[in-house]
Structures are given as C-alpha cells and as structure tokens.
Design a protein. Structure first.
Length: 343
C-alpha cells in the first residue's frame, strides 16, 4: 500500500528521524507518534495503521515490513533488531535511502534534457532525409552536379537509421530475456560474479558490497557476537539473496580452517582493502568497531564516485548529440557551397 504513495527519500528521512528519536530515549511508539504529525495527510493515515499494528503486540520488524522498504533495508533492520542495534541501523539505512533517492534524482536531471535533445535530433534527421535532401538531389540532377561524398554518406546513414533502431530494440529485448534467464537459473553469487565483469559496474559493486557487509557484520561483532554467530544471524535474517549465500559460504570456509580475510579475497566481490581492515581489527581486538568505521568511510567514497560519474554523463551525451547535429548541418551546407561554385 506504500508502494506508490510514499517516496523513497521521504521514507529514508522518516527512518533517520525515527532512529534519532530512539537515540534520545523515546519509545518507538512515542517516536512514531511525534513523526506522524509532520507527515502529509496520506502518510499520517498509513502511520496510524502502523501504530495500531504495533499496539496490538506485533513484532517491530513486521511493522517495518508494511512500509514496503527495499529488501536490503528490511534485512539490515532484522539483523540489528536481533543484536539490539536498531537505533543506529535506522539512522544508517534512512540516510542511505535518502542519498540513493538524491542520486536517482540527479541522474534523472542529468539525462532528461539530453534525451529531449536526442528526440529532437531524430526528428531533424527525419525532416532532412525526407524533405531537404530529396530537393537537393533533384537540383543536383538537373544541374548535372555530383552530390558531395560526405552528403552521400550521411544520406546512407539516415536511410539505415530505421533498421538500426529496430536492431537496437531487438538487442534490448534479447538482453532482457538473457537477464531474466540468468536471474531465474543461476545463483546470486554467480550473478554478482557476472556483474563484476562489467567495467563500469565493477568498482561501484565492490563499494556497495563492502559497505553493506562491513556495516551490518560490524554492528553484530560490536554488540558482542562471535564471528560465526554473526554469520549465522546474517544467514537467518537476510532475505534470500547474495549476502545470505555469502554468509553460508563464509561459515563453511571458517569450519574448514580458513581465515575470514582469505575467504573474502577468494571471491571478487569486495574491495581489497576490507581484508586489511579485518586483519587490523582482529589483531587489535576491535573488529566490529573497525568495520563500522570502514563502512562509513566507504559510504563517503561511494557517494563521491557516484556524483563524479553523474557529472560526466551530461557532457558526454551533449557531445554525442551535438556532434550528430553538426554532421547533419555540414552535410546540408556542403551541397549549397558546391552549387554556388557550379553556378
């Protein structure tokens, strides 16, 4: 019911403020009541239903599940409810949700205007091909003047454009079918391995995986759980997915006598420096604290990378579209100059 009525950014702010109030000593019921008054009317009605569910004695996680939060957020909250670290988890996940929504909005703004220009450029190309260039061709034929080579090349490209568009749509369709097949028939670990082979996704996934693992795993260790117990909690409370498979793999590896850094290095899923952080934390007896600190640092690096990549998208799109428009106008002006020379 929240899916279309409550934006991710607003949900993130709600979770962050809820965690902040809990950290100040308010009960969860009182905290939700205080936040409800600052929400729009539709959200207030929904929060009222959540309060009724909470007052009826339902588990806290069941209440959060009704918010239609992302699976990774629900899993993180579930883990931290077990180890008594719900307050920090709410603030961490709320902040991350808000940041993700901001990144999505910036991406939309970065590509919105270039996409409009691309649509306009396609229509200009159609007008050139079906109206302007035929007139030039007739004029050149009547004057027995040869059409410039560059203009001929541009005409050939524009004539192929519908076929290129169809090919692009077919490629997209085949790609979607391939992705659907892979998601249905391969393990989450193999899917992650495949994704990390894509150059522009590799570092992003390394940072995302390292951040999520270090924050949640570190919070459990900081609360006093041994490494093996923390992995068992992750296995039980993670929704079926990559990190659930990872927790099973790490448990099995530890039982076989391998160390945690060795196991993390064995698969190309995490940033390499995380293993150094784990070794340092184990040597100093503060692994949980070091992982949490590392997770917070990784979040800053992740944000910087995303913002940097977003800043590059719009200039690249403008350069491609502008170059194509320039070529079209050049192909139109060249015949005019050649006609002037012929006359």
């Amino acid at each position: 019911m929240f899916k279309k009525k409550w934006k991710r950014a607003s949900q993130g702010i709600f979770l962050y403020k809820l965690g902040l109030l809990l950290s100040q000593g308010y009960s969860i019921n009182k905290s939700i009541e205080l936040l409800r008054s600052h929400l729009p009317n539709k959200e207030q009605e929904l929060i009222e239903k959540l309060l009724e569910t909470l007052s009826a004695g339902s588990p806290v996680l069941e209440v959060f599940s009704k918010l239609n939060l992302p699976d990774e957020v629900i899993s993180s909250l579930s883990i931290n409810i077990v180890n008594g670290n719900l307050t920090d988890s709410l603030m961490e996940n709320g902040n991350f949700m808000k940041k993700k929504a901001e990144w999505q909005e910036r991406l939309n703004k970065s590509i919105r205007y270039p996409l409009f220009l691309l649509f306009l450029t396609v229509w200009i190309g159609i007008l050139f091909y079906y109206f302007l260039f035929p007139q030039f061709s007739l004029l050149f034929s009547s004057l027995e003047v040869k059409t410039p080579a560059f203009t001929s090349i541009m005409l050939s490209f524009l004539s192929l454009f519908p076929y290129l568009l169809i090919a692009a749509l077919l490629t997209f369709l085949l790609g979607w079918i391939a992705v659907y097949y892979v998601r249905r028939n391969t393990s989450y670990s193999n899917q992650m391995r495949l994704l990390t082979t894509i150059p522009f996704l590799k570092k992003f996934l390394f940072l995302m995986n390292s951040h999520y693992f270090s924050i949640n795993f570190g919070s459990m260790l900081k609360s006093g759980l041994p490494v093996t117990d923390a992995l068992m909690v992750m296995e039980r409370h993670m929704k079926k997915g990559f990190f659930q498979e990872e927790s099973i793999r790490l448990q099995k590896g530890l039982m076989d006598g391998k160390t945690l850094p060795e196991l993390l290095l064995h698969k190309p899923f995490y940033a390499k420096e995380m293993t150094d952080i784990i070794r340092f934390g184990q040597a100093n007896g503060a692994l949980g604290f070091e992982l949490i600190q590392y997770g917070e640092w990784i979040f800053i690096e992740l944000e910087e990378k995303i913002l940097s990549d977003l800043q590059k998208i719009q200039p690249v799109l403008f350069a491609i579209i502008g170059g194509f428009v320039l070529l079209m106008f050049a192909s139109m002006l060249l015949p005019m100059f050649q006609l002037m020379d012929a006359l």
